[in-house]
Design a protein around this ligand. Structure first.
Ligand code: BES
Ligand code: MN
Ligand code: ZN
Length: 454
């Protein structure tokens, strides 16, 4: 994809000047007469993202001034690639990696089912920046968005497995897929139960990469390719967006691609339980009691609380090897969205140091995460009269917390971070088009680099 950054061109290059909002007067004062009049008639107030053309000495369009709030974020340049005319531009002066990444993420268009009306404007890559790294960061976001935006018809468990397999091949990683009845042979009962009613069989995707001497990090992603709610069927309005219920799987595939491309010295394992939560005669039911990989029995209160079921088998499997860290990503609860909205990732962890560091990393890379309490006193909400635990609490209060507490039972002592994410932009922001989105993945990458990077 990443021809949005160019290193050489025959075309005319238009300079872009970032202007701090509070430095507007100073900027206007520094301009020549014609430039200042164009800026004023253009209504330029140096508001964040606001762009205005300024003339050169001959009166032709010469350069672009862009307002800036002074923050280091995707939004600084993110609105430009699809609003400035096609062509090549160059930032005057300093620019950060995050701002450059914003240009790339703002150039994204989902073109699987129709051709875009225009190409994005391109940017000269400043000499001080690592073009490869930038391309890897951008490619991770593109992959995540493409996977989420692709409708379930073309992103079922089999397609997700093919994507994982291809990614593994490119990076010379190992990819094992356990499919259908074979899940039962491996005691992955919960994954099988949730996915068995679908025509496209449930499966567990397992990617391994890296040097055996490096610390093991396991990334787990909820891969519910479509969530109808199962027999406790969702209402139409809630079902409408459920192609994105594999958003956690998308995060870990994008993040894994980035970790491998950047050759981070970790031993990476990626686990994706990939299922469709469908309705058929053999669907699992409210009241059923499921066995799980760990041996804990689960009474089904609601078949729409399926994400925690597929995750619990993957988490228990991951924990067996006592990795240095397990991180899971999941579009797990509406409750997390009520708590922090669609634009912040809810984070739960059993490790304070790791959680603090990831929260800081997220703030640094414009990928906000907010920690929520893994409040174990609420475990009583998960008590069952017939099994070890229920899959959905008896009261709706703190639904994201009880979902996290359910997962917690399968983790044991391993350091663990759980993200309850939206994985979808419900509105446009510069650098963040509507639709599938990378959420918490960049925060975690930044953290992993800090902790394990050479
Ligand atoms: N995939 C949904 C959660 C979801 C809904 C995420 C909307 C983001 C936006 C999940 O499988 C689900 O249905 N959760 C239920 C759990 C409930 C039945 C305990 C929920 O949150 O309502
Ligand atoms: Mn559900
Ligand atoms: Zn779901």
């Amino acid at each position: 994809m990443n021809d949005v950054f160019v290193t050489a061109t025959d075309e005319a290059v238009t300079p872009i000047r970032l202007v701090r909002t509070e430095a507007l007067d100073e900027f206007l004062g520094s301009l020549g007469d014609a430039e200042r009049r164009w800026a004023e008639r253009g209504g330029f107030k140096a508001k964040p993202g606001q762009a205005v053309w300024l003339p050169d000495a001959s009166g032709a369009p010469g350069r672009v001034a862009v307002g800036w709030d002074g923050r280091d974020s995707l939004s600084t340049l993110g609105g430009l690639p699809l609003t400035l005319a096609e062509g090549v531009y160059q930032i005057e002066g300093e620019v950060t990696e995050l701002q450059l990444l914003g240009w790339a993420t703002g150039a994204y268009q989902f073109e699987r089912y129709r051709t875009a009306e225009r190409q994005p404007a391109r940017l000269m890559l400043p000499a001080a920046h690592d073009g490869n790294r930038l391309a890897n960061l951008a490619a991770a976001t593109t992959l995540i968005r493409d996977l989420i935006n692709t409708p379930a018809q073309d992103m079922l468990p089999s397609h997700l497995a093919a994507e994982a397999d291809q990614l593994a091949q490119v990076q010379m990683a190992e990819c094992t897929i356990t499919e259908g009845e074979a899940l039962l042979d491996r005691s992955l009962f919960a994954i099988h139960a949730v996915g068995r009613a679908a025509t496209d069989a449930p499966r567990l995707i397992d990617i391994r990469w890296g040097d055996a001497s490096h610390p093991e990090v396991v990334l787990i992603g909820k891969g519910v390719c479509f969530d109808s709610g199962g027999l406790d069927l969702k209402p139409a309005s809630a079902m409408r967006t459920m192609k994105k219920d594999m958003g956690g799987a998308a995060q870990v595939l994008g993040l894994a691609q980035l970790v491998m491309a950047q050759r981070l010295p970790v031993r990476l394992r990626v686990l994706i339980p990939a299922v469709e939560n469908a309705v058929a005669g053999n669907a699992f039911r409210p009241g059923d009691v499921l066995p799980t990989y760990k041996g804990i029995t689960v009474e089904i209160d609601n078949t729409d609380a399926e994400g925690r079921l597929v995750l619990c088998d993957a988490i228990a499997l991951a924990a067996e090897e006592s990795p240095a860290l397990i991180v899971d990503f999941a579009t797990l609860t509406g409750s997390a969205r009520s708590a922090v909205g669609a634009e912040i990732s809810a984070m739960f962890s059993n490790d304070n140091a790791v959680a603090d560091a990831i929260a800081r990393a997220g703030a640094a890379v414009d990928d906000p995460v907010w920690r929520m309490p893994l409040h174990r006193d609420y475990n009583y909400k998960l008590e069952s009269k017939v099994a070890d635990v229920v899959n959905s609490a008896s009261t709706p209060y703190a639904g994201a917390v009880t979902a996290a507490l359910f997962l917690d039972r399968f983790v044991g002592e391993v350091p663990w971070v759980h993200f309850d994410i939206m994985a979808f932009n419900t509105r446009y922001r510069p650098g963040r088009p509507e639709g599938g989105e990378a959420m918490a993945a960049r925060a975690v990458f930044h953290y992993l680099e800090q902790r394990f990077g050479a």
